[in-house]
Design a protein around this ligand. Structure first.
Ligand SMILES: CC(C)(COP(=O)(O)OP(=O)(O)OC[C@H]1O[C@@H](n2cnc3c(N)ncnc32)[C@H](O)[C@@H]1OP(=O)(O)O)[C@@H](O)C(=O)NCCC(=O)NCCS
Length: 146
Protein backbone atom coordinates (compact mmCIF):
# COMPACT_ATOMS: atom_id res chain seq x y z
CA UNK A 1 0.00 0.00 0.00
CA UNK A 2 1.41 3.43 -0.98
CA UNK A 3 1.85 6.14 1.64
CA UNK A 4 -0.94 8.30 0.21
CA UNK A 5 -3.47 5.48 0.30
CA UNK A 6 -3.55 5.75 4.09
CA UNK A 7 -4.16 9.53 3.98
CA UNK A 8 -7.80 10.06 2.90
CA UNK A 9 -7.53 13.86 3.30
CA UNK A 10 -5.00 13.98 0.48
CA UNK A 11 -6.94 11.46 -1.62
CA UNK A 12 -9.96 13.77 -1.48
CA UNK A 13 -8.09 16.97 -2.34
CA UNK A 14 -8.48 16.59 -6.10
CA UNK A 15 -12.25 16.07 -5.78
CA UNK A 16 -12.57 19.78 -5.02
CA UNK A 17 -10.88 20.81 -8.25
CA UNK A 18 -13.29 19.49 -10.86
CA UNK A 19 -14.35 22.96 -12.00
CA UNK A 20 -11.60 23.48 -14.56
CA UNK A 21 -10.78 20.77 -17.05
CA UNK A 22 -7.15 21.69 -17.17
CA UNK A 23 -4.50 22.81 -14.69
CA UNK A 24 -3.48 26.47 -14.61
CA UNK A 25 0.12 25.37 -15.26
CA UNK A 26 1.83 22.13 -16.23
CA UNK A 27 5.61 21.89 -16.13
CA UNK A 28 8.32 19.24 -16.49
CA UNK A 29 10.86 19.50 -13.67
CA UNK A 30 14.49 19.98 -14.70
CA UNK A 31 17.85 19.46 -12.91
CA UNK A 32 18.26 23.26 -12.64
CA UNK A 33 15.33 23.27 -10.17
CA UNK A 34 16.98 21.01 -7.58
CA UNK A 35 18.17 21.69 -4.05
CA UNK A 36 21.26 20.35 -2.32
CA UNK A 37 19.54 16.97 -1.84
CA UNK A 38 18.77 16.49 -5.52
CA UNK A 39 15.00 16.93 -5.16
CA UNK A 40 13.08 19.95 -6.43
CA UNK A 41 13.63 23.14 -4.40
CA UNK A 42 10.49 24.18 -2.52
CA UNK A 43 10.92 27.78 -3.65
CA UNK A 44 10.52 26.70 -7.28
CA UNK A 45 7.20 25.05 -6.43
CA UNK A 46 6.11 28.16 -4.50
CA UNK A 47 6.89 30.37 -7.49
CA UNK A 48 4.69 28.24 -9.73
CA UNK A 49 1.97 28.19 -7.04
CA UNK A 50 2.01 32.00 -7.02
CA UNK A 51 1.65 32.06 -10.82
CA UNK A 52 -1.09 29.41 -10.82
CA UNK A 53 -3.15 31.27 -8.22
CA UNK A 54 -2.77 34.47 -10.27
CA UNK A 55 -4.05 32.62 -13.34
CA UNK A 56 -7.06 31.50 -11.27
CA UNK A 57 -7.64 35.14 -10.31
CA UNK A 58 -7.42 36.10 -13.99
CA UNK A 59 -10.03 33.45 -14.75
CA UNK A 60 -12.29 35.31 -12.29
CA UNK A 61 -11.78 38.60 -14.12
CA UNK A 62 -8.93 40.27 -12.22
CA UNK A 63 -6.39 42.02 -14.44
CA UNK A 64 -3.93 43.84 -12.18
CA UNK A 65 -3.20 42.22 -8.85
CA UNK A 66 -0.55 41.65 -6.23
CA UNK A 67 -0.02 38.69 -3.94
CA UNK A 68 -0.73 39.69 -0.36
CA UNK A 69 -0.48 36.33 1.37
CA UNK A 70 0.49 32.71 0.94
CA UNK A 71 -0.92 30.49 3.62
CA UNK A 72 -1.40 26.85 4.55
CA UNK A 73 1.48 25.73 2.39
CA UNK A 74 2.02 22.01 2.92
CA UNK A 75 4.67 19.99 1.10
CA UNK A 76 3.19 16.50 1.34
CA UNK A 77 5.68 14.65 -0.85
CA UNK A 78 8.96 15.45 -2.62
CA UNK A 79 9.09 16.39 -6.29
CA UNK A 80 11.76 14.79 -8.47
CA UNK A 81 13.57 15.70 -11.68
CA UNK A 82 11.51 14.34 -14.57
CA UNK A 83 8.16 14.67 -12.75
CA UNK A 84 5.35 16.21 -14.81
CA UNK A 85 3.82 18.64 -12.34
CA UNK A 86 0.32 20.14 -12.64
CA UNK A 87 -0.95 23.12 -10.68
CA UNK A 88 -4.74 22.86 -10.23
CA UNK A 89 -6.68 25.82 -8.87
CA UNK A 90 -9.99 26.87 -7.44
CA UNK A 91 -11.43 30.08 -6.02
CA UNK A 92 -12.34 29.87 -2.36
CA UNK A 93 -13.59 33.42 -1.81
CA UNK A 94 -14.04 36.68 -3.67
CA UNK A 95 -14.07 39.66 -1.30
CA UNK A 96 -14.34 43.38 -1.96
CA UNK A 97 -10.81 43.81 -3.30
CA UNK A 98 -9.25 40.41 -2.66
CA UNK A 99 -9.57 36.89 -3.96
CA UNK A 100 -8.55 33.75 -2.10
CA UNK A 101 -7.39 30.84 -4.23
CA UNK A 102 -6.42 27.27 -3.49
CA UNK A 103 -3.67 25.57 -5.45
CA UNK A 104 -3.16 21.81 -5.46
CA UNK A 105 0.05 20.49 -6.97
CA UNK A 106 -0.02 17.04 -8.51
CA UNK A 107 3.00 15.17 -9.85
CA UNK A 108 3.14 12.36 -12.38
CA UNK A 109 6.37 10.55 -11.67
CA UNK A 110 8.80 10.14 -14.53
CA UNK A 111 8.36 6.75 -16.15
CA UNK A 112 5.14 6.09 -14.21
CA UNK A 113 2.32 7.90 -16.09
CA UNK A 114 -0.30 5.95 -14.16
CA UNK A 115 0.90 7.24 -10.80
CA UNK A 116 -0.38 10.68 -9.73
CA UNK A 117 0.71 12.09 -6.39
CA UNK A 118 -0.58 15.20 -4.62
CA UNK A 119 2.70 16.78 -3.56
CA UNK A 120 1.81 20.27 -2.32
CA UNK A 121 -1.15 22.50 -1.49
CA UNK A 122 -1.48 26.18 -0.61
CA UNK A 123 -3.88 29.06 -0.23
CA UNK A 124 -2.90 32.30 -1.98
CA UNK A 125 -4.61 35.69 -1.62
CA UNK A 126 -4.38 38.39 -4.31
CA UNK A 127 -5.51 42.00 -4.08
CA UNK A 128 -6.95 43.76 -7.10
CA UNK A 129 -5.14 47.09 -7.51
CA UNK A 130 -5.56 50.24 -9.53
CA UNK A 131 -2.91 52.30 -11.31
CA UNK A 132 -2.10 53.92 -7.95
CA UNK A 133 -1.26 50.40 -6.70
CA UNK A 134 -3.94 50.71 -4.02
CA UNK A 135 -6.73 48.14 -3.47
CA UNK A 136 -9.56 48.52 -5.95
CA UNK A 137 -12.99 46.81 -5.79
CA UNK A 138 -13.24 43.70 -7.95
CA UNK A 139 -15.65 44.04 -10.87
CA UNK A 140 -17.23 40.82 -12.08
CA UNK A 141 -16.92 40.81 -15.87
CA UNK A 142 -19.31 38.96 -18.11
CA UNK A 143 -16.39 37.48 -19.99
CA UNK A 144 -14.67 36.08 -16.91
CA UNK A 145 -14.12 32.32 -17.15
CA UNK A 146 -16.69 31.53 -14.47
C1 LIG B 1 -1.64 44.20 -1.04
C2 LIG B 1 -1.68 45.69 -0.63
C3 LIG B 1 -2.01 46.56 -1.86
C4 LIG B 1 -2.83 45.78 0.41
O1 LIG B 1 -2.86 47.11 0.85
P1 LIG B 1 -3.65 47.45 2.19
O2 LIG B 1 -3.78 48.93 2.26
O3 LIG B 1 -3.06 46.72 3.33
O4 LIG B 1 -5.07 46.84 1.86
P2 LIG B 1 -6.34 46.67 2.79
O5 LIG B 1 -6.02 46.61 4.26
O6 LIG B 1 -7.35 47.69 2.34
O7 LIG B 1 -6.85 45.21 2.36
C5 LIG B 1 -7.21 44.95 1.01
C6 LIG B 1 -7.68 43.51 0.92
O8 LIG B 1 -6.59 42.66 1.18
C7 LIG B 1 -6.91 41.76 2.24
N1 LIG B 1 -5.71 41.55 3.01
C8 LIG B 1 -4.88 42.48 3.51
N2 LIG B 1 -3.86 41.89 4.18
C9 LIG B 1 -4.07 40.56 4.08
C10 LIG B 1 -3.39 39.42 4.57
N3 LIG B 1 -2.26 39.51 5.29
N4 LIG B 1 -3.88 38.21 4.29
C11 LIG B 1 -5.02 38.06 3.58
N5 LIG B 1 -5.72 39.11 3.08
C12 LIG B 1 -5.25 40.34 3.35
C13 LIG B 1 -7.98 42.47 3.04
O9 LIG B 1 -8.78 41.56 3.77
C14 LIG B 1 -8.76 43.16 1.93
O10 LIG B 1 -9.63 42.22 1.30
P3 LIG B 1 -11.17 42.58 0.93
O11 LIG B 1 -11.21 43.95 0.30
O12 LIG B 1 -11.60 41.54 -0.07
O13 LIG B 1 -11.94 42.54 2.19
C15 LIG B 1 -0.33 46.13 0.01
O14 LIG B 1 -0.17 45.48 1.25
C16 LIG B 1 0.85 45.81 -0.90
O15 LIG B 1 1.07 46.51 -1.89
N6 LIG B 1 1.61 44.75 -0.55
C17 LIG B 1 2.72 44.31 -1.40
C18 LIG B 1 2.20 43.34 -2.48
C19 LIG B 1 3.33 42.82 -3.34
O16 LIG B 1 4.17 43.57 -3.79
N7 LIG B 1 3.28 41.50 -3.57
C20 LIG B 1 4.35 40.84 -4.28
C21 LIG B 1 5.40 40.41 -3.32
S1 LIG B 1 6.96 40.16 -4.11
Amino acid sequence: MGRLESRPYIDNLMDHLAKWNEPAIRVLMMPRDTNAHGTIFGGVILSYIDQAGAIEARRQGLQFMVTVSMDKVVFHEPVFVGDLVSFWTETLRIGTTSITTKVIVEAIRGGHPEKKVVVTEAHVVYVNIGEDRKPRPIERHANAYT
